[in-house]
Design a protein around this ligand. Sequence first.
Ligand code: ADP
Ligand code: MG
Length: 324
Amino acid sequence: MKNIVEVQGLKKRYKDFQAVRGIDLEVGEGEIFGFLGPNGAGKSTTINMLSTIIKPSEGTANINGFDIVNEKNKVRASIGLIFQESTLDEKLTANENLMLHCKFYGVPKEKREERVKEVLEIVDLENKRSNIVDTFSGGMKRRLEIARGLLHYPRVLFLDEPTVGLDPQTRNHIWEYILRLKQKAGITIFLTTHYMDEAEICDRVAVMDHGELIALDTPDQLKTNVGGDIIEIETEDNRAAAALLENKYEAEVKEAEGSLTFQVEKGSEFLVQFVREFDIPIKTVNLRRPTLNDVFLSLTGREIREETVSAKDKMKSRFRRGGA
Ligand SMILES: Nc1ncnc2c1ncn2[C@@H]1O[C@H](COP(=O)(O)OP(=O)(O)O)[C@@H](O)[C@H]1O
Ligand SMILES: [Mg+2]
Protein backbone atom coordinates (compact mmCIF):
# COMPACT_ATOMS: atom_id res chain seq x y z
CA MET A 1 0.00 0.00 0.00
CA LYS A 2 1.29 3.43 -0.96
CA ASN A 3 1.53 6.10 1.73
CA ILE A 4 -0.55 9.14 1.02
CA VAL A 5 0.22 10.99 4.26
CA GLU A 6 3.68 11.01 5.82
CA VAL A 7 4.45 12.98 8.97
CA GLN A 8 7.81 13.41 10.67
CA GLY A 9 8.49 15.16 13.94
CA LEU A 10 5.62 17.59 13.50
CA LYS A 11 5.37 20.21 16.26
CA LYS A 12 3.34 23.32 16.96
CA ARG A 13 4.19 25.84 19.62
CA TYR A 14 2.06 28.80 20.65
CA LYS A 15 4.42 31.06 22.64
CA ASP A 16 5.39 28.90 25.64
CA PHE A 17 2.69 26.36 24.99
CA GLN A 18 3.51 23.20 23.08
CA ALA A 19 0.19 22.19 21.45
CA VAL A 20 1.70 19.39 19.32
CA ARG A 21 4.86 17.77 20.60
CA GLY A 22 6.38 15.87 17.73
CA ILE A 23 4.21 13.53 15.72
CA ASP A 24 5.30 10.75 13.37
CA LEU A 25 2.86 8.72 11.33
CA GLU A 26 2.03 7.34 7.93
CA VAL A 27 -1.37 6.80 6.38
CA GLY A 28 -1.84 4.37 3.51
CA GLU A 29 -3.93 5.10 0.45
CA GLY A 30 -7.59 4.23 1.00
CA GLU A 31 -7.26 3.99 4.76
CA ILE A 32 -9.68 5.48 7.26
CA PHE A 33 -7.36 6.93 9.84
CA GLY A 34 -8.59 8.44 13.09
CA PHE A 35 -7.21 10.72 15.76
CA LEU A 36 -8.88 9.93 19.06
CA GLY A 37 -8.35 12.18 22.04
CA PRO A 38 -10.02 14.46 24.54
CA ASN A 39 -10.62 18.17 24.02
CA GLY A 40 -7.36 20.08 23.87
CA ALA A 41 -5.27 17.05 22.86
CA GLY A 42 -4.00 18.80 19.73
CA LYS A 43 -6.13 17.05 17.11
CA SER A 44 -7.37 20.16 15.30
CA THR A 45 -3.92 21.75 15.44
CA THR A 46 -2.45 18.70 13.73
CA ILE A 47 -5.13 18.53 11.06
CA ASN A 48 -4.72 22.27 10.45
CA MET A 49 -1.00 21.83 9.90
CA LEU A 50 -1.49 18.90 7.54
CA SER A 51 -4.05 20.83 5.54
CA THR A 52 -1.74 23.92 5.34
CA ILE A 53 -4.07 26.15 7.37
CA ILE A 54 -1.37 26.76 9.95
CA LYS A 55 2.39 26.44 9.73
CA PRO A 56 4.29 23.88 11.80
CA SER A 57 6.90 25.16 14.25
CA GLU A 58 9.07 22.14 13.48
CA GLY A 59 8.97 18.94 11.49
CA THR A 60 7.71 18.03 8.06
CA ALA A 61 4.82 16.27 6.39
CA ASN A 62 3.78 15.48 2.89
CA ILE A 63 0.37 14.77 1.49
CA ASN A 64 0.02 12.93 -1.78
CA GLY A 65 3.77 13.45 -2.18
CA PHE A 66 3.64 17.24 -1.68
CA ASP A 67 5.31 19.12 1.13
CA ILE A 68 2.89 20.96 3.45
CA VAL A 69 5.15 24.02 3.70
CA ASN A 70 6.83 24.31 0.31
CA GLU A 71 4.05 22.98 -1.91
CA LYS A 72 0.98 24.36 -0.21
CA ASN A 73 -1.08 24.79 -3.35
CA LYS A 74 -0.49 21.26 -4.53
CA VAL A 75 -1.37 19.97 -1.09
CA ARG A 76 -4.57 22.02 -1.11
CA ALA A 77 -5.57 20.68 -4.49
CA SER A 78 -5.07 17.13 -3.18
CA ILE A 79 -7.27 17.43 -0.12
CA GLY A 80 -10.84 18.02 0.89
CA LEU A 81 -11.34 19.76 4.18
CA ILE A 82 -14.21 19.69 6.62
CA PHE A 83 -13.62 21.88 9.64
CA GLN A 84 -14.86 21.42 13.16
CA GLU A 85 -17.02 24.52 12.76
CA SER A 86 -19.32 24.91 9.78
CA THR A 87 -18.01 27.17 7.02
CA LEU A 88 -21.04 27.14 4.72
CA ASP A 89 -22.59 30.38 3.62
CA GLU A 90 -26.02 29.88 5.11
CA LYS A 91 -27.65 32.71 3.17
CA LEU A 92 -26.90 30.95 -0.12
CA THR A 93 -28.46 27.83 -1.59
CA ALA A 94 -26.73 24.46 -1.55
CA ASN A 95 -26.02 24.88 -5.27
CA GLU A 96 -24.51 28.34 -4.81
CA ASN A 97 -22.23 27.10 -2.02
CA LEU A 98 -20.97 24.28 -4.19
CA MET A 99 -20.53 26.44 -7.30
CA LEU A 100 -18.48 28.94 -5.31
CA HIS A 101 -16.23 26.15 -4.13
CA CYS A 102 -15.78 24.89 -7.70
CA LYS A 103 -14.64 28.36 -8.64
CA PHE A 104 -12.16 28.60 -5.73
CA TYR A 105 -10.72 25.22 -6.57
CA GLY A 106 -10.48 25.83 -10.28
CA VAL A 107 -12.91 23.15 -11.39
CA PRO A 108 -13.37 23.91 -15.12
CA LYS A 109 -16.65 25.70 -15.88
CA GLU A 110 -18.03 23.00 -18.13
CA LYS A 111 -17.48 20.36 -15.44
CA ARG A 112 -19.13 22.18 -12.56
CA GLU A 113 -22.73 21.25 -13.20
CA GLU A 114 -21.90 17.56 -13.43
CA ARG A 115 -19.67 17.54 -10.35
CA VAL A 116 -22.25 19.32 -8.21
CA LYS A 117 -24.86 16.79 -9.22
CA GLU A 118 -22.51 13.93 -8.51
CA VAL A 119 -21.52 15.01 -5.00
CA LEU A 120 -25.09 15.89 -4.03
CA GLU A 121 -26.09 12.36 -4.99
CA ILE A 122 -23.42 10.87 -2.74
CA VAL A 123 -24.92 12.61 0.29
CA ASP A 124 -28.56 12.29 -0.82
CA LEU A 125 -29.21 16.00 -1.17
CA GLU A 126 -30.06 16.26 -4.90
CA ASN A 127 -33.57 17.42 -4.17
CA LYS A 128 -32.36 20.18 -1.82
CA ARG A 129 -30.06 21.71 -4.36
CA SER A 130 -31.96 25.01 -4.68
CA ASN A 131 -32.80 25.39 -1.01
CA ILE A 132 -31.22 28.01 1.22
CA VAL A 133 -28.73 26.36 3.59
CA ASP A 134 -30.16 28.28 6.53
CA THR A 135 -33.24 26.02 6.35
CA PHE A 136 -31.17 22.82 6.62
CA SER A 137 -30.91 20.65 9.74
CA GLY A 138 -27.50 20.17 11.37
CA GLY A 139 -27.09 16.79 9.73
CA MET A 140 -27.96 18.14 6.27
CA LYS A 141 -25.43 20.93 6.65
CA ARG A 142 -22.78 18.42 7.57
CA ARG A 143 -23.63 16.32 4.55
CA LEU A 144 -23.44 19.36 2.32
CA GLU A 145 -20.01 20.15 3.71
CA ILE A 146 -18.85 16.63 2.95
CA ALA A 147 -20.21 17.01 -0.59
CA ARG A 148 -18.39 20.30 -0.96
CA GLY A 149 -15.16 18.72 0.25
CA LEU A 150 -15.40 16.21 -2.60
CA LEU A 151 -16.01 18.59 -5.51
CA HIS A 152 -12.43 18.78 -6.72
CA TYR A 153 -11.87 15.00 -6.44
CA PRO A 154 -9.44 15.13 -3.51
CA ARG A 155 -7.25 12.13 -2.74
CA VAL A 156 -7.53 12.70 1.00
CA LEU A 157 -10.47 14.00 2.95
CA PHE A 158 -9.74 15.64 6.30
CA LEU A 159 -12.66 15.71 8.68
CA ASP A 160 -12.33 17.46 12.02
CA GLU A 161 -14.93 16.07 14.43
CA PRO A 162 -17.37 15.41 11.60
CA THR A 163 -20.35 14.54 13.75
CA VAL A 164 -19.90 16.67 16.83
CA GLY A 165 -23.16 18.04 18.20
CA LEU A 166 -25.33 15.81 16.01
CA ASP A 167 -27.81 13.31 17.45
CA PRO A 168 -26.82 9.62 17.34
CA GLN A 169 -29.10 8.78 14.43
CA THR A 170 -27.74 11.58 12.27
CA ARG A 171 -24.22 10.61 13.27
CA ASN A 172 -24.83 7.07 12.00
CA HIS A 173 -26.16 8.52 8.80
CA ILE A 174 -23.09 10.68 8.23
CA TRP A 175 -21.00 7.59 8.82
CA GLU A 176 -22.80 5.68 6.13
CA TYR A 177 -21.83 8.41 3.69
CA ILE A 178 -18.24 8.41 4.80
CA LEU A 179 -17.96 4.65 4.43
CA ARG A 180 -19.66 4.84 1.05
CA LEU A 181 -16.98 7.30 -0.04
CA LYS A 182 -14.24 4.95 0.89
CA GLN A 183 -15.81 2.16 -1.11
CA LYS A 184 -16.80 4.23 -4.11
CA ALA A 185 -13.93 6.61 -4.60
CA GLY A 186 -11.12 4.82 -2.77
CA ILE A 187 -10.55 8.11 -1.04
CA THR A 188 -8.32 8.25 2.04
CA ILE A 189 -10.05 9.58 5.13
CA PHE A 190 -8.28 11.31 7.99
CA LEU A 191 -10.53 12.32 10.83
CA THR A 192 -10.45 13.44 14.42
CA THR A 193 -12.96 12.46 17.04
CA HIS A 194 -13.55 12.12 20.72
CA TYR A 195 -16.33 9.58 20.18
CA MET A 196 -15.29 5.98 20.84
CA ASP A 197 -17.77 4.45 18.42
CA GLU A 198 -16.50 6.69 15.67
CA ALA A 199 -12.94 5.60 16.32
CA GLU A 200 -14.13 1.99 16.13
CA ILE A 201 -14.95 2.42 12.45
CA CYS A 202 -11.39 3.50 11.57
CA ASP A 203 -8.88 1.09 10.06
CA ARG A 204 -6.27 2.52 12.41
CA VAL A 205 -6.47 4.88 15.31
CA ALA A 206 -3.87 7.19 16.80
CA VAL A 207 -4.64 7.96 20.43
CA MET A 208 -3.63 11.51 21.22
CA ASP A 209 -3.22 13.18 24.58
CA HIS A 210 -1.45 16.43 25.56
CA GLY A 211 -0.03 16.94 22.07
CA GLU A 212 1.46 13.46 21.74
CA LEU A 213 0.50 10.18 20.13
CA ILE A 214 0.43 7.67 22.94
CA ALA A 215 -0.66 4.69 20.83
CA LEU A 216 -1.27 3.91 17.18
CA ASP A 217 -2.83 0.71 15.90
CA THR A 218 -6.00 -0.95 14.67
CA PRO A 219 -8.90 -0.64 17.12
CA ASP A 220 -8.73 -4.40 17.62
CA GLN A 221 -5.03 -4.43 18.38
CA LEU A 222 -5.32 -1.44 20.72
CA LYS A 223 -7.94 -3.33 22.68
CA THR A 224 -5.92 -6.52 22.67
CA ASN A 225 -2.97 -4.58 24.09
CA VAL A 226 -5.08 -3.63 27.08
CA GLY A 227 -4.69 -7.25 28.14
CA GLY A 228 -7.45 -9.54 27.04
CA ASP A 229 -11.14 -9.73 27.72
CA ILE A 230 -13.23 -8.45 30.55
CA ILE A 231 -15.34 -10.90 32.54
CA GLU A 232 -18.13 -9.81 34.78
CA ILE A 233 -19.76 -12.26 37.21
CA GLU A 234 -22.38 -12.21 39.91
CA THR A 235 -22.15 -14.93 42.52
CA GLU A 236 -23.98 -15.99 45.64
CA ASP A 237 -21.05 -14.77 47.72
CA ASN A 238 -19.11 -12.02 45.99
CA ARG A 239 -16.69 -11.48 48.82
CA ALA A 240 -15.60 -15.10 48.89
CA ALA A 241 -15.56 -15.19 45.09
CA ALA A 242 -13.31 -12.12 44.93
CA ALA A 243 -10.86 -13.69 47.38
CA LEU A 244 -10.83 -16.93 45.44
CA LEU A 245 -10.30 -15.13 42.13
CA GLU A 246 -7.40 -13.18 43.56
CA ASN A 247 -5.72 -16.16 45.22
CA LYS A 248 -6.31 -18.93 42.76
CA TYR A 249 -6.48 -17.08 39.44
CA GLU A 250 -4.30 -14.10 40.34
CA ALA A 251 -6.95 -11.83 38.89
CA GLU A 252 -7.23 -8.16 39.71
CA VAL A 253 -10.85 -7.95 40.77
CA LYS A 254 -13.01 -4.85 40.80
CA GLU A 255 -16.32 -4.90 42.60
CA ALA A 256 -19.18 -2.66 41.56
CA GLU A 257 -22.94 -2.80 41.90
CA GLY A 258 -23.14 -6.38 43.02
CA SER A 259 -20.85 -7.78 40.36
CA LEU A 260 -17.17 -8.57 40.04
CA THR A 261 -15.09 -7.73 36.98
CA PHE A 262 -11.62 -8.91 36.06
CA GLN A 263 -9.48 -9.33 32.98
CA VAL A 264 -8.22 -12.52 31.43
CA GLU A 265 -6.22 -13.10 28.29
CA LYS A 266 -8.58 -15.34 26.31
CA GLY A 267 -12.05 -14.85 27.68
CA SER A 268 -14.04 -17.60 26.02
CA GLU A 269 -11.41 -20.29 26.61
CA PHE A 270 -11.05 -19.21 30.20
CA LEU A 271 -14.79 -19.26 30.85
CA VAL A 272 -15.38 -22.86 29.78
CA GLN A 273 -13.03 -24.21 32.44
CA PHE A 274 -13.83 -21.53 34.99
CA VAL A 275 -17.59 -22.01 35.07
CA ARG A 276 -17.13 -25.76 35.46
CA GLU A 277 -14.69 -25.62 38.34
CA PHE A 278 -15.47 -22.44 40.31
CA ASP A 279 -16.54 -23.39 43.85
CA ILE A 280 -18.92 -20.55 44.53
CA PRO A 281 -22.27 -20.69 42.72
CA ILE A 282 -22.35 -18.21 39.83
CA LYS A 283 -25.58 -16.35 39.11
CA THR A 284 -24.64 -14.50 35.93
CA VAL A 285 -21.61 -14.33 33.64
CA ASN A 286 -20.82 -11.70 31.08
CA LEU A 287 -17.85 -11.65 28.76
CA ARG A 288 -16.90 -8.50 26.91
CA ARG A 289 -14.01 -7.17 24.88
CA PRO A 290 -12.32 -4.03 26.18
CA THR A 291 -13.64 -0.84 24.58
CA LEU A 292 -11.52 2.03 23.31
CA ASN A 293 -12.53 3.74 26.50
CA ASP A 294 -10.73 0.97 28.40
CA VAL A 295 -7.77 1.61 26.09
CA PHE A 296 -7.61 5.31 26.88
CA LEU A 297 -8.13 4.58 30.56
CA SER A 298 -5.29 2.08 30.64
CA LEU A 299 -2.95 4.44 28.75
CA THR A 300 -3.68 7.61 30.70
CA GLY A 301 -5.56 6.66 33.83
CA ARG A 302 -8.36 8.96 32.67
CA GLU A 303 -11.50 8.57 30.62
CA ILE A 304 -12.46 10.53 27.54
CA ARG A 305 -15.63 12.02 28.85
CA GLU A 306 -17.85 12.06 25.83
CA GLU A 307 -20.91 13.51 27.47
CA THR A 308 -19.37 16.61 29.03
CA VAL A 309 -17.28 17.37 25.99
CA SER A 310 -20.08 17.07 23.49
CA ALA A 311 -22.41 19.16 25.64
CA LYS A 312 -19.79 21.87 25.79
CA ASP A 313 -19.15 21.68 22.06
CA LYS A 314 -22.84 22.00 21.39
CA MET A 315 -23.06 25.12 23.48
CA LYS A 316 -20.01 26.55 21.81
CA SER A 317 -21.31 25.96 18.31
CA ARG A 318 -24.73 27.32 19.18
CA PHE A 319 -23.10 30.43 20.52
CA ARG A 320 -20.90 30.87 17.47
CA ARG A 321 -23.55 30.18 14.90
CA GLY A 322 -26.15 32.22 16.68
CA GLY A 323 -28.82 29.58 17.19
CA ALA A 324 -29.73 26.12 15.80
N1 ADP B 1 -4.16 29.78 18.21
C1 ADP B 1 -3.87 29.23 19.39
N2 ADP B 1 -3.17 29.93 20.32
C2 ADP B 1 -2.87 29.37 21.52
N3 ADP B 1 -3.21 28.14 21.90
C3 ADP B 1 -3.90 27.39 21.03
C4 ADP B 1 -4.27 27.89 19.73
N4 ADP B 1 -4.96 26.92 19.09
C5 ADP B 1 -5.02 25.85 19.92
N5 ADP B 1 -4.39 26.14 21.10
C6 ADP B 1 -4.24 25.22 22.24
O1 ADP B 1 -3.63 24.04 21.78
C7 ADP B 1 -4.20 22.91 22.44
C8 ADP B 1 -4.71 21.92 21.42
O2 ADP B 1 -5.85 22.47 20.79
P1 ADP B 1 -6.64 21.71 19.64
O3 ADP B 1 -5.68 21.28 18.61
O4 ADP B 1 -7.77 22.56 19.23
O5 ADP B 1 -7.16 20.43 20.43
P2 ADP B 1 -8.32 19.39 20.04
O6 ADP B 1 -8.71 19.65 18.62
O7 ADP B 1 -7.70 18.05 20.26
O8 ADP B 1 -9.45 19.64 20.99
C9 ADP B 1 -5.28 23.43 23.36
O9 ADP B 1 -4.77 23.52 24.66
C10 ADP B 1 -5.59 24.79 22.78
O10 ADP B 1 -6.03 25.66 23.79
MG1 MG C 1 -10.59 20.10 17.81
